[in-house]
Structure formats: C-alpha cells, structure tokens
Write a protein that binds this ligand. Sequence first.
Ligand code: FBP
Length: 555
Amino acid sequence: MKLSPLQKARYEYTPKLPGMLRNGVAEICVKEGEPTQSVADQEQIKALFPNTYGKREIKFERGKNTSVPKIHKVGVILSGGQAPGGHNVVCGLYDALKAANKENVLYGFKQGPSGLLEDDYIILEDDYIDAYRNTGGFDIIGSGRTKLETPEQFAVAAEVCKKHGITAIVIIGGDDSNTNACTLAEYMAANNTGVQVIGCPKTIDGDLKNEDIEVSFGFDTATKTYSELIGNIERDCNSSKKYWHFIKVMGRSASHVALECALETQPNICLIGEEVAAKKMSLSEIADQIADSVEKRAANGNNFGVAIIPEGIVEFVPEFSKLIAEINELLAGEKTAEFNALPDWKAKYAFIEAGLTKESMAVFEILPQGIQQQLFLERDPHGNVQVSLIESEKLFAEMVGEKMKARKAAGTYVGKYATQHHFFGYEGRCAFPSNFDSDYCYSLGYNAFMLISYGYNGYLSKVSNLSAPAEEWVAGGMPITKMMNIERRNGKDKPVIRKALTELDGAPFKYFEANRDKWAVETCFTFPGAIQYYGPAEVCDRPTITLALEQGKEI
Ligand code: FBP
C-alpha cells in the first residue's frame, strides 16, 4: 500500500498519556472512591443491575501495580458510526495488554457487535496494529450497527468468549452501545461467566457527555474538520460576495457539532435545535430569523452569508414533528401500498390532503415540493419518514427565498439572494485524528486495559480534566450504571444512558447567544484552517471551544 507522507509521519507519533499512566503498567495502582448511584431512578436501576450497581468510582495513580497476574485474552468491538481516534483506542488497549504480558491476546471482532455474535475475528499483532496507529477510520476491524441487547445474543457472546478463553470485552461506542455494554456486563456477572465488559465513549455527535464523561472521542477532530471547511466557505463568500451558503452538519439530534462549528467560525446564522424546541418555533419563524439577517446584511451591501444547520433541526420544530407523526400514521400498514399505487404526484397529493389535519396540511403546503416528495417517498424499513434524510439546508434556503421575495414585494428589502448548499458529515468521521483525539483515544484504550487488569466489570473508561495538558489528565473508570436512568423507548420503559442535548444555560450556548446578533449582521467570520499535527501546542493540542468554555477556560 502506498503511504502518504502524513500517514508515515503519524505512524511515528507517540500519543501523550495522562501523567499517572506514563511510568508503564507495572507502576500504576488503583484508588477506589465513593460508591455510586445512578443519575435518576435509583431503585429501578438497582433492581435491574443487582451485580453491577453501586460500584465505586476509581482513579489510577502512580504506584506499585497490585493486580493479580494472569494471562488476559481480550476482545474488542467498534460499534456504530465512525469517529476519528477509534484506531488509537485499539492501539492503546493493545500496547497496555502486551506491556503487561507478551502472552496476552487481543481479538478484534469484525464489523461491530455482529463479529462477536458470528465469531468473526482477527487476532491483532504488532505489524497489523502498527499500520493503523494515529490514523482515522474504523477499518482496523470494521464497525457495524447491530445491537447487542437481547439475552439470546448475550448467551451467544458468552459462548464465543468461553470458546476462546476470552475474559474481557471492550466495546467502543456511543450511548446506545454503552447502554448495551452495561446490560451485557450485568448478564456476564449474573451468569458467573468470568467475562468483564468495559466501554469507551465514542461519537462525533458529542451527545455522550455527562458529569463524568467530558467529551466523547471524535468530536474534536470532526468539528475541526467541518470548521476548516466552513471557514474556507466563509472566505470564499467574503471574496465573491454573491452567495448565501446553507451548511448542514451531522450530529444526529443534538446540536453540539453545529454549535462548536459556530464558535469556531462565527457564521451569520447557526440554528440550535434545542432552542427551537424550547421556544416552540415554527418553520416560518426560523426562516424569518434567517431572512432578517439576509435583509440587514443586504442593507449594508452584503448579499452573502453563511448559515449552519444542525442535522436534527426539524425534529425540534413542534409543528414538523406533528406532521411527521401524522404522515407515519397515514401510511401505516397496508396504506403504504395504496399510496404507492397512485398514478402520479397529483393523485398522491390529494390522498395526503384528505389524510392530514388542517394544521399539518398548512405546514406541508409551505414545504418545497422536493421536500414534500422526500417525506413520502424515502421511508425506512418500518415505513417511517427518515427525518435524518430531509435536506433541511435546502428547505431553509428555499423558505428564506420565499420570504425575500415577499419582503421585496413589500418594499422592505432590496438585494440579491442566491444560495449554495452543503452537507458535512462523512467528510469528518474518518479524518486523521487531531493530537487531542490521538492522545485521548490512546489513553482511553490503555486505561481500559488497566480497568480489566484490576478486575472491573461494567465500567466506562474515563479520562478527565481534558482542557488541561495531557500530563494533567486524570485516568480512571466510572460504573456505567451511574449514568443510567429510565426512559420511554418504543413504548417501553428502558434503562439507558441519558443522551446529552445542548444545554441552553451552558457556557458554550451562552457565549454564542451573547455574540450572535452581531455575527448575524456584521461579517465576523473566523478561519480555523486545517488541523495541525506538528507545531506549537497552542495550535496543535488545542481542545474544542465547547470544552474550553465548559471548563471555564479563556478562549
Ligand atoms: P454514532 O452515534 O454511532 O456515533 O453515529 C454518528 C453519526 O455520524 C451521526 O452523526 C449520523 O446521523 C449517523 O452517524 C449516520 O449514520 P450512518 O453512518 O449509518 O449513515
């Protein structure tokens, strides 16, 4: 395989570990803290996790390793969407495992949790591992979205572990995968399998975050990648001065990615889904907010601008959620076939008009035809509207266009309005991990092995104090049950890790709120440029603005 110069250079990069892990595995001791409680619904969670509930928070320190020596056979799984740094979690885990004993073995289960269920694996060894150090992607073993959640699946997993003598599984995933890791850990303990389960917090979305997990890995690199691209677009539109760019960014429901990109690039507009929900904004109100910026900028002769749209925005618009629910109902069961058999869009439109309430029809009518058709034609296997596929960047660009026409007719706006659309998602998920993600991920993996060697089960690898230099990071572990609460999912009460949405009273949003009126009218763009891997620490090791603000640091 031909290597790029950066790839070669990154192979040589030595990720920075937290100070207490730097003397090698023989010099890492454990300090147990207080017993923990779940964030809510304590009695229910305790009853559901009798073997893994209430365990103590743990921290590692420099000192003589007192773990019981044994040969460790460990399995590792990458679960869900790609996030930069996943390879380094595997590398950190591998290095700690081999440093403890050369005879230890790391099994990489292929293509996500299904690899464990199908007993499809590779044994990871030096040469193979070395080709993935500090690189992006999950291709070291592949990833997948199979959910590991039923007792039947757990029994298969336990059998596969028994067959190979595997006594620990590391699951690298987001909130759902770590919820499932917690249930698997409980199963393994309840059935005396002797298998430990450890989770690692991954997702570019940044929504696996709580008082213990400061950030999920991948968020740093993905947002820096998108911010580079958004900054480049800002420079382009500031040069030609002829387009409004509508840029959708990934992040599923939560708006963390959009907010961080806005803090990095200071666009004219950034929508925040959680605010839209709190203010119960309609689509038309959102379009008006953008149109106000277009109008005011045009009055200063600036017929250009940048608007960032979070992927999940439409889910937060109450009238849109109602419309989606009605459409799902309208096409439930047999009715999909009836709808599909209608000869043309005109007939389909009449069917829709007859089936929706007056209010939802009013919302449907203001949507551009392309989006209307998308709502009915591209549906998931259960027949539901695929909200994530809705091209909200086009939706708002077109709705604002209509507003500008109306304002022109009313004589309040004189200007030109031409648009471009972008969607940034996959571009950032496999980027070469920033130094932050390279260091953080390697530390998470190394730390995961320390948790295994000290016999912990049902813990999330935890590395904290992340806005400080890596030397000052704190390594340890937190029982996953501490992060659980009961939520209603698919009509049933389920124990889950609470998903972190953007907090409207949190420091990142407050900073944005204090500045956005100025950004909406003036041209305050900032140009973060490409991620830098070599050079001064303030350029190369800088955490996200979100993390810095959350931890009270100057930005
Ligand atoms: P995870 O939650 O699994 O980390 O995935 C994140 C994500 O990148 C979302 O931002 C996005 O909505 C989704 O994955 C896309 O999924 P897919 O890769 O299946 O298209």
